[in-house]
Design a binder for this molecule. Structure first.
Ligand code: GLV
Ligand code: MN
Ligand code: MN
Length: 409
């Protein structure tokens, strides 16, 4: 029997899971380790059950679904992505990768095709980092890049810790997070950009990722009254933060076309009408194709921060708490993906990922590769995010063909 992706079954699963915490504009909002995330995980597990997969979960909530191979001693071929979303999530970011992986196993199951090596389908915890920082938390912990205790103690904007969220949602597994016995790691993901659509590529072979540097900034000024306090006596943390936001944008504009920099989160204290704010926290990141350029962007940002701090009489503390990349993915696996796409007459294009992905954490540990499917209009982290049924099915078929070759060799 030849194992073939069922485009309708895959599409229906993506649409069904999107109905968990749907947003009015057609997307989903399932922040990591919320009851909504837990409900999506439970539905995913329900789908895995009839396939006879063995579920293991580690202490950071990563889920591993194992299909045995005929050679129990062979290392597994692993693949997957994430089911959590950003607040303005679409239906595809991460989800397409997990459910394409599920469809790979469904197709093998229904065709009665065994593999020599076991297969492992993975849902990583908190890839997005919207609620708990840093992004790619589950894979960072599994890779040993972030201590489990540090991750567990991290709190969200309401003071709820990862440990508490894991236990409240029943997602704290018993395994100690650690690298697993895998021969290869593969992740299908939507492109999240306009390049493949514009160039007619059906399969993106992700050869590398950008280098990104994340910062939490704390601007500390002086509390005062918005009336009596003359302008020249103020140390307004929010006004300083406003300058920082624009400076970050300027740094990115100067680094185009390969540089990006953003301020994406803000907390303002006391955030009270009538008060000149005295503590403002910001989350920023700088990223670039070339690591050296990203570091130069950071240097430029730090220089600007010193200038703003001196001029306004505020303190600015920089916590450079995480980075990712640059990663070059495994060239042999990339070539295999390219060959499998060619076998299916699907045009490919080599791509560099600008977003963070769990694969970045796997790449130093195990031969790893990513494949992209096109994103209509390049729209992402937006309820309008869209890839067609055919585009996703094509990607899933290339994933299946690649997994089969790796797991039967
Ligand atoms: C996370 O996905 C990022 O790109 O920062
Ligand atoms: Mn993603
Ligand atoms: Mn995302």
């Amino acid at each position: 029997m030849i194992a073939t992706i069922d485009p309708n079954r895959l599409w229906q699963s993506i649409m069904d899971i999107a109905e968990i915490a749907p947003t009015p504009e057609g997307g989903s909002c399932r922040l990591a380790l919320t009851p909504e995330d837990a409900a999506a995980r439970a539905l995913f597990l329900r789908w895995c059950q009839p396939l006879g997969l063995h579920h293991e979960q580690d202490a950071i909530g990563n889920m591993f679904l194992r299909r045995p191979g005929t050679d129990a001693t062979a290392p597994a071929v692993a693949f997957g992505s994430h089911l959590d979303t950003v607040p303005t999530g679409g239906r595809f970011d991460g989800i397409a990768g997990v459910l394409a992986g599920l469809e790979v196993i469904r197709a093998l199951h229904h065709a009665g095709v065994p593999t020599k090596a076991p297969l492992e389908l993975v849902n990583w915890t908190n890839e997005e980092g919207s609620r708990f920082r840093p992004a790619m938390m589950g894979s960072r912990v599994a890779a040993g890049e972030l201590p489990l205790d540090t991750a567990l103690a991290t709190t969200d904007d309401n003071g709820i810790s990862v440990a508490r969220a894991l236990s409240d949602t029943g997602q704290a597994g018993t395994l100690i997070p650690a690298p697993r016995d895998w021969s290869a790691w593969l992740e299908l993901h939507i492109e999240q950009g306009p390049v493949m659509e514009a160039t007619g590529a059906e399969i993106g072979i992700v050869v590398a990722t950008m280098h990104a540097r994340y910062f939490q900034l704390t601007v500390t000024g002086e509390p005062s009254h918005v009336g009596p306090t003359e302008m020249n006596r103020r140390h307004d943390s929010l006004a300083a933060a406003a300058e920082i936001v624009l400076a970050v944008e300027r740094i990115a504009l100067a680094a185009e076309p390969f540089g990006r920099a953003s301020t994406s989160w803000i907390e303002n204290i006391p955030n009270a009408r009538g008060n000149v704010p005295h503590i403002t926290r910001l989350h920023c990141d700088v990223r670039h194709n070339k690591a050296g350029e990203a570091i130069a962007m950071e240097t430029s940002l730090r220089r600007t921060l010193s200038d703003i701090a001196a001029r306004r009489g505020v303190r600015i503390d920089v916590d450079p708490y995480a980075t990712f990349g640059p990663i070059a993915f495994d060239t042999k696996l990339g070539a295999l993906l390219r060959a499998k796409a060619a076998d299916r007459q699907l045009p490919t294009r080599d791509m560099i990922a600008a977003a963070g992905h769990d694969s970045v954490l796997m790449a130093p540990l195990v031969p790893s590769a990513m494949l992209f499917v096109p994103s209509v209009g390049g729209i992402t982290h937006n309820p309008k995010e869209y890839s067609t049924k055919e585009q996703i099915a094509h990607g899933a078929q290339v994933l299946l063909d690649t997994v089969l070759e790796l797991a039967t060799a």
